[in-house]
Every structure is written in structure tokens, then in C-alpha cells.
Design a protein around this ligand. Structure first.
Ligand code: ATP
Ligand code: LTN
Length: 337
């Protein structure tokens, strides 16, 4: 009987703040759904996080929180490798080789770099510029075929493909596995509740537009009640005409698993107020068990450490293999130990 090997997926979130509903619906919930079909690597990318200034104590706490949230949301540490990026030195080792094969011009075209560097003032950290190549290293190190990310990260995965193909052209076709972005259909883009034309983000200046996974029931209710809606009173789905209303509809669909049309149907003849209150209820119901489990896990660091040690060990098997392969291809002297 032919043994079909599972494909490998890898993804990560920056622990730059407490995670948001956007991170959950755009990333983690999707990971949970697909985890049994793939060999999975999920991490907290703390090295990416320091491309913007972080307070050390907050970064550490947010990193623990991210890992606890993954598990609380349903990532199974017995079948997925869960780890923290900075605990795997192989990522920056491979990144150096990619820095020598990526081009200034292609990094300059990255929209996230343009956005973030426009906000730093005159002193733009080098890491903000080279960031996509560290992300490429994260992905290529594990021979990942699929990279589950939101729309906003597609450009970085495209860059990873370009660099991987370039390296393969120079050092041999099987140096790297060329990955693909894997973008969920529903819930791919959760928008800010106050500015529904911008994506919900952990580091938004106005926190009332973001739902954090740690928000209380009361905070969730208040934020949805104050959510910006649109002119008119009909509940229809159209991100150009009605971004606020459409955002609430798509949040509901992402949680309940209904189609957008089914949610719209449920609101025929109802008002914006109903939509807001019920979206808050649905979000609260989804987050409550995750919050309880996260708290439990954070109170037991010993268990989290056990999970992370195991994840790092599993990850190291693949990462070391790739790094050796690439070191040999590039021409670095290596002694077998
Ligand atoms: P920051 O505000 O620090 O830039 P962020 O909240 O945008 O962070 P990232 O760490 O950049 O989040 O993203 C982690 C993952 O979550 C990515 O796969 C990203 O596509 C997804 N994601 C982030 N925000 C959203 C959102 N609003 N809607 C859907 N997916 C999102
Ligand atoms: N750049 C991504 C986070 C990230 C990532 C990765 C995602 C870093 N390395 C590897 C997928 C695979 C972000 O900001 N969301």
C-alpha cells in the first residue's frame, strides 16, 4: 500500500502585543482546522517582533501568551511542533545565506516595509528592511510546502518563492522546497471596528477598534456596540459601500461557519443594532473557553515549557537537516560530529 506523506505547513505570529480577533480568525482558527491533515510547525516569531521597539518584559509575556493561546484555541501540541523562534538559532543562520541571495530592489517593494518604515522617522532599523528574508528562512528551514497566512503576508511568501527559486537555480534544484501561500477563504481579513477600511491590528493606535483575545465580556460588548457602521439601514454585504456592516457579517461567518449569504439572510428586516449586539455575543461565546484555557496554561509554566522543549526538539531535527544541506551547497566547511 502506498504511504501518502502529509504535506508540511508552517506559520507564525509576532508577539508584539496581545493577539487580536484578526489573528485568531485570520490565522489560528484556520491552523486548528487543518492541523490533522498536515505536518505542522507553529511558532511565536519574537525575532520578527523586535523589528519595532518592544519593552522586554512585555515581549516575554506576549510570547508566553501567544503560545498559550495557540494551545487554548485547539492547536494540539502532541501532533504539531510548537516553538519560539528565538530558541532556534538555525533561523538566523539560514537568514544570513538568504541575505546574500535576496536583492535590495525586491525588499524595497514590500508594502509592509513601506508602511512601517514611513512611521519610524529618519532611523529605519535594518531589520525592518531584511525582515522578509528572516521570514523566508523560517519557511525554507522546514521544507514547508504551504504557508497559512492572511492576505497581507502574501507578498512575503511570494518573495520567499522568488528567493528559493533563485537559490535553487544557483545551487541545485532541490536545495529548497518552494512554498505556496495558503489563504483561508472566510475570515481572511478582519477589519478595525472603528476604521473598517483598515485591518484590525494588535498595534493599532486606537485600541477600541481591536478585539483582543484577552478582552473581558464587557469590553467585547462595548467595542461592538461602538463599532462604526455605515449610512443607510439595510444589512447587505459590500465592502466598498458598507465596510463596517460587511466586517461584522464576515466576522460572524468566520466563527459560525455559515456562508456570507446565510448571515445576510438572517438579518433581513433587522437593524444595525441587532447585528452589532449579536456579533458581540457570538465573539464572546467563541472566546470565553479559549480565555479560560489560556489562563490555566499561563498559570502552569512547567507544562508550557515541556511543550516548547518537545516542539523545539522536533523542529531541530528538520532545521538541522536543511541547514547542513544548504551549508554544503554554498561551500561552507562542515565537520561531521
Ligand atoms: P501588527 O499590528 O503587530 O503588525 P498584526 O495584528 O497585523 O500585527 P501579524 O503578527 O502581522 O498581526 O499577523 C499574524 C497573522 O495574523 C498573519 O497570518 C496575519 O495575516 C493574520 N492577521 C493579522 N491581522 C489580521 C486581520 N485583521 N485579519 C485577518 N488576519 C490577520
Ligand atoms: N511576517 C508574519 C509573521 C511570520 C510568518 C513567518 C508567517 C514570520 N515568519 C513564517 C508565516 C510563516 C506576520 O507579520 N504576520
Amino acid at each position: 500500500m502506498a504511504v501518502t506523506q502529509k504535506k508540511t505547513i508552517l506559520s507564525g505570529i509576532q508577539p508584539t502585543n496581545r493577539l487580536t480577533l484578526g489573528n485568531y480568525l485570520g490565522a489560528i482558527k484556520n491552523w486548528v482546522k487543518i492541523q490533522s491533515d498536515y505536518t505542522c510547525f507553529f511558532m511565536a516569531v519574537d525575532q520578527h517582533a523586535i523589528t519595532t521597539r518592544q519593552k522586554p518584559e512585555e515581549l516575554r509575556e506576549n510570547t508566553w501568551f501567544a503560545i498559550a493561546s495557540y494551545i487554548a484555541a485547539g492547536i494540539d501540541p502532541a501532533t504539531c511542533s510548537l516553538f519560539i523562534q528565538s530558541q532556534m538559532p538555525q533561523h538566523t543562520q539560514l537568514a544570513w545565506i538568504l541575505y546574500c541571495n535576496g536583492y535590495m530592489g525586491e525588499l524595497n517593494r514590500m508594502t509592509q516595509f513601506k508602511d512601517k518604515s514611513s512611521k519610524t522617522g529618519a532611523n529605519i532599523p535594518v531589520g525592518l528592511f531584511t525582515y522578509p528574508l528572516l521570514m523566508a528562512a523560517d519557511i525554507l528551514l522546514y521544507d514547508a510546502q504551504l504557508v497559512p497566512v492572511g492576505e497581507d503576508q502574501k507578498q512575503h511568501v511570494e518573495l520567499t518563492r522568488d528567493v528559493a527559486q533563485r537559490v535553487n537555480g544557483i545551487y541545485g534544484e532541490d536545495a529548497f522546497v518552494v512554498p505556496e501561500a495558503f489563504i483561508p477563504k472566510v475570515g481572511a481579513r478582519v477589519m478595525d471596528l472603528q476604521t473598517p477600511t483598515a485591518k484590525m491590528s494588535k498595534s493599532a493606535v486606537n485600541e477600541s477598534g481591536s478585539i483582543f483575545l484577552a478582552d473581558s465580556a464587557d469590553q467585547i460588548e462595548k467595542k461592538f456596540k461602538r463599532a462604526v457602521t455605515d449610512s443607510g439601514s439595510d444589512i447587505t454585504f459590500d465592502f466598498n459601500e458598507k465596510p463596517g456592516v460587511s466586517n461584522l457579517i464576515s466576522i460572524q461567518a468566520a466563527i459560525t461557519g455559515e456562508t456570507i449569504d446565510a448571515v445576510v439572510q438572517r438579518y433581513q428586516g433587522k437593524q444595525y443594532g441587532h447585528l452589532k449586539v449579536e456579533t458581540a455575543e457570538i465573539v464572546r461565546g467563541e472566546l470565553l473557553p479559549i480565555q479560560l484555557k489560556t489562563r490555566e496554561l499561563l498559570a502552569d509554566r512547567g507544562e508550557l515549557i515541556r511543550i516548547l522543549r518537545l516542539g523545539a526538539e522536533q523542529a531541530a531535527v528538520v532545521a538541522d537537516r536543511t541547514l547542513k544541506r544548504i551549508y554544503d551547497r554554498v561551500g561552507f566547511v562542515r565537520f561531521e560530529s
